[in-house]
Design a protein around this ligand. Sequence first.
Ligand code: PMP
Ligand code: GLU
Length: 393
Amino acid sequence: MKQVWPPKLSETLGGLQPSMTLAITSKAKAMLAAGADVVAMSAGEPDFDTPQHIKDAAVRALAAGQTKYTPASGLPALREAVAEKMLRENGVPCEAQQVVVAPGAKFSVFSAIAVLCEPGDEVLLPTPCWLSYAEMVRAAGAVVVPVPTTAENGFCARPEDIAAQVSGRTKLLVLNTPSNPTGGVWPKAALEAVGRLAVEHGFAVLADEIYEKLVYDGLEHVSLASLGEDVREHTITVNGFSKAFAMTGWRLGYSVSPPWIASRIAALQSHTTSNATSFAQAGALAALQGPREPVETMRRAFESRRDRIYELLSGIPRLRVARPQGAFYIFPDIRDTGLDSMTFAQRALEEVGVAVIPGKPFGADTNIRLSYACGMEAIEKACARLAQFCAGL
Ligand code: PMP
Ligand code: GLU
């Protein structure tokens, strides 16, 4: 029997909406390219170029003919280098087999959720959080259980609030420190509490540490998986090269997980994307083995931009601004403007040419996200324009 054409499309994976961060970022870039007077505070990517020694390594690999498939989980030398880095910089002992190199940390997050979760499972999301987590959880057929956080608590979930949401179906909690979109950094005590809850109740934690190098005020990033062997057995750490090394376009990330999870992630990847780009992996190896000064130089630049944007936005009467301590985002509360976040973002772009991301897809319609991964001049200009915009409301 002939079926109706076109057919019903998949509601699970195929029903995903486009990522709003990527959509607004491309729109702002296109407007700029067309000569529009726009200040783009939307892009979640460093404005710096990739450090030269990393580019050189990739160019050398390409010239040397490293143009073939690598093992699906990554070059053995790179997996080894990630394992060494995890021990040296994060205090997380692991074997190279536990490392799966992926085409972007985004795919590592997706793979971890996909291999762990099935329909009916519940996933705890401290909210506001990066917009892709909830979509990926839904794509796996699992249920999002938000754990609200507040600016007063540094956007870090309180153990009692997490505990209140744990049920017999809780499979996973996704933790992102430093956080996109809030810039919040989870203190060690809060991470210890999460680790204890995970072990006690038997759920896994996906620790997305992609912004680990971007912490300010002398704070130190703490890896959940460093907090003891029992916690490590429950933790999938995700990290990547996009933010620390300014390598967003290279598409390189990795996960580090207990062997029984890592093998499933490796299998999924072997049937979906295969390996991350061969010569890009050579660049990543150079990033891990080479000088770290460029990373620290970029961190310092982000810290002074954080200081300036916080100062300027705090001076705008209708915005309530929490001081971020990590990543390169600031997340002002706009409720005193009387606008919801979608309207605010749309009108700010149309009326004063400032591109920001609405908080709604992050789970906070009372906020907007500004990325300060741009020059000081852009920060000054955007804040002056937003002051004018808010005053005119
Ligand atoms: N996690 C978070 C919190 C992010 O903001 C991003 C943004 N790109 C990613 C993961 C994915 O990074 P990538 O795929 O570029 O490695
Ligand atoms: N993570 C960045 C952001 O939030 C890049 C875009 C994306 O992958 O979401 O803007």
